[in-house]
Design a protein around this ligand. Structure first.
Ligand code: KIV
Length: 279
């Protein structure tokens, strides 16, 4: 295995690897500077997920993410955080074609963002890519089970681990990702008991989303978790706030006050007599 990258005061990939079987690893996605600042004190790991393509850019699937998009959001999250391990997703089309393509994209993401690690989707089929990126000294987080970049091919967001054949494939994928040198692996949209068995079966931390409370950590998409999702909220999401209601109420009050000329009031304008030059 390549030597660990310097992470300064941040939590590094090796710190996450050592959390196997310990206190659960707290992970959330983040895409922007202010959200990264707010989350950083509370989490171990911030994932700049390719879900950004859907959540912030309105694409129909995560395949709408580009390398440039991931790098721009990765830079913002790095600027907004000081402690968390920051992992940037490799977007669809940036790694699947060849080992050389995967290494070039991973190098570009880490060089241009300074993030601690990259994540890519796939098991047995992407083991060569994971091993080659790890050999470059870039830590990799795997992603097995439901793989959002493949939903078109898969015929939708289908829960994994429902048949004997699929369970066997999941175990092969988990073993391949571990053997290739990944420091942890996301298990998404997988039957609870299967995700639990997978967690016991491999020696790297599993990070669950729609998986099992037995996983070594949990992740949610930040906009889902704070109640910003305007369309269907998936079953596995728990909303810890309902910001869409707060935002709608604020917009309605602002709108009423502008129309009635209640805003701006005396506190929000500059008079010739008050001495302050600072807005
Ligand atoms: O892109 C993303 O947000 C993810 C998480 C759902 C794990 O991959």
């Amino acid at each position: 295995m390549a030597p660990e990258r310097s992470t300064g005061n941040r939590i590094g990939a090796e710190d996450i690897r050592r959390r196997k079987g310990g206190v659960p690893v707290v992970c959330l996605t983040a895409y922007t500077y202010p959200i990264a600042r707010m989350l950083d004190p509370h989490v171990d790991l911030l994932l700049v997920g390719d879900s950004v393509a859907m959540v912030l850019h309105g694409h129909a699937t995560t395949r709408g993410a580009s390398l440039e998009m991931m790098i721009a959001h990765g830079q913002a999250v790095m600027r907004g955080s000081a402690k968390a391990c920051v992992v940037v997703d490799m977007p669809a089309g940036s790694y699947e074609a060849s080992v050389a393509q995967a290494v070039a994209s991973a190098r570009r993401i880490t060089a241009e963002t300074g993030c601690q690690a990259v994540k890519l989707e796939g098991g047995v089929d992407m083991a060569a890519q994971i091993a080659a990126i790890v050999a470059e000294g870039i830590p990799v987080m795997g992603h097995i089970g439901l793989q959002p970049q493949s939903v078109d091919k898969d015929g939708g967001y289908k829960i994994k681990g429902r048949s004997r054949e699929n369970i066997a494939a999941l175990f092969r994928d988990a073993e391949a990702v571990e053997k290739a040198g990944a420091f942890s692996v996301v298990i998404e949209g997988t039957v609870e008991a299967v995700a639990s068995d997978l967690t016991r079966h491999i020696a790297i931390p599993t990070i669950g989303i729609g998986a099992s409370g037995d996983c070594d950590g949990q992740i949610l998409v930040i906009d889902d978790m704070i109640g910003m999702t305007v369309d269907r909220v998936p079953k596995f999401v728990k909303e810890y706030a309902k910001l869409r209601d707060t935002i709608a109420e604020a917009a309605a009050r602002y709108s009423a006050e502008v129309r009635s000329r209640a805003f701006p009031g005396p506190d929000h304008v500059f008079s010739t007599t008050s001495g302050k030059d600072q807005a």
